[in-house]
Design a protein around this ligand. Sequence first.
Ligand SMILES: Cc1ncc(COP(=O)(O)O)c(C=O)c1O
Length: 395
Amino acid sequence: MRIQLLDLQKQYEEIKKETDEAVINVVSSGAYIMGPNVKSFESEFAQYIGVKHAISVGNGTDALVIALKAMGIGQGDEVITTAYTFFATAEAISFVGAIPVFVDVCLDTYNIDATKIEEKITSKTKAIMPVHIFGLCADMDEINKIAKKHNLYVIEDACQAAGAVYKGKRAGALCDIACFSFFPTKNLGCAGDGGMITTYNDELAVICKALRVHGSGEMGQRAYNLLNNISAEVEEDTASDNTVYNAKKYYNYLIGHNSRLDEIQAAMLRIKLKKLDEYISKRRKNAVFYTEKLKNSGKYVTPIEEANNLHAYHQYILQSEHRETIITELEKKGIGTGIYYPIPLHLQKCYNSLGYKAGDLPNAEYLSHRTFAIPVFPELSKDEADYIVKALLEE
Ligand SMILES: Cc1ncc(COP(=O)(O)O)c(C=O)c1O
């Protein structure tokens, strides 16, 4: 049997008819940039998450960069984040000129240890950026409490957590601003790159909308006025054509980006968003099955389920001190695995200049030698899950 860590073709097969139709409709419409699918997807996503604004962008990394810039975070500022995440979390902080300040994680949730945040706050700290790693929300109540006490922004890196629910609210609706990735492997993935920023805050939404398109047009002007305390009326942009010609595009108010969600990706994401809860419940069913079979085996540490914190299982992570042998044996049996993450961010070469050393964040370092992911994607069959469990118990 051959089981990939994630089988994207299986998911496509299930929605092939609608997806093919939607893609052809976009291609034949000639409306390729900021078209009707992008607009509809933004409002459908905002409604799904439960926020006022959803601003689509080119990818999750840009979402983080634009969110940070919208908050005025830049040169010399410090942003507190986790060391155990995908690189883009810290990269976005560095990209705007700020300094990522790494905090260790909890050994059971893999999320930032909120009890270790306050000791890292300095006069330069501007924000806390928790990551809902592997699809489980960070300790947001505690993080928001600390942020309020110290007057800091909170930015959720929800790139892995579309569909997760924390105390009745969805990931992406838990603080000032949140960022999502629609990279194909994500719980809600497109056929290329895509991202989204969500917020309740009207002003941040305007600035993000301006920054994603060169700081130009109506939103550029609105953002400029906001940032400069100008109360003048701004004319609404009613242009129907953003693909061939929109006269307002050539008036620039901020230095921004070109980071738009593609119309074809938006069309596909609209189809998948309707199925997201079903995808999550299938992921969860697979996860519950694995945990049930493996937790008492004495061979693996299985993921924890927290009350009032619905895990979206972007990844199903096991821990073992024999990780390398196990993944080699699984590979021989045709089972795909992945190591998330082999090097915690404070020890990445590119961050040498920040001065961290081995031993500084012991939990992240310990986990980086033990964790690995097994297939948990929604379309995994019962036979495949049985086969994986059997292989794991034989190791
Ligand atoms: C935690 C986290 N942050 C940020 C990103 C960046 O997203 P993207 O690849 O869409 O730029 C990803 C995913 O790749 C991620 O997993």
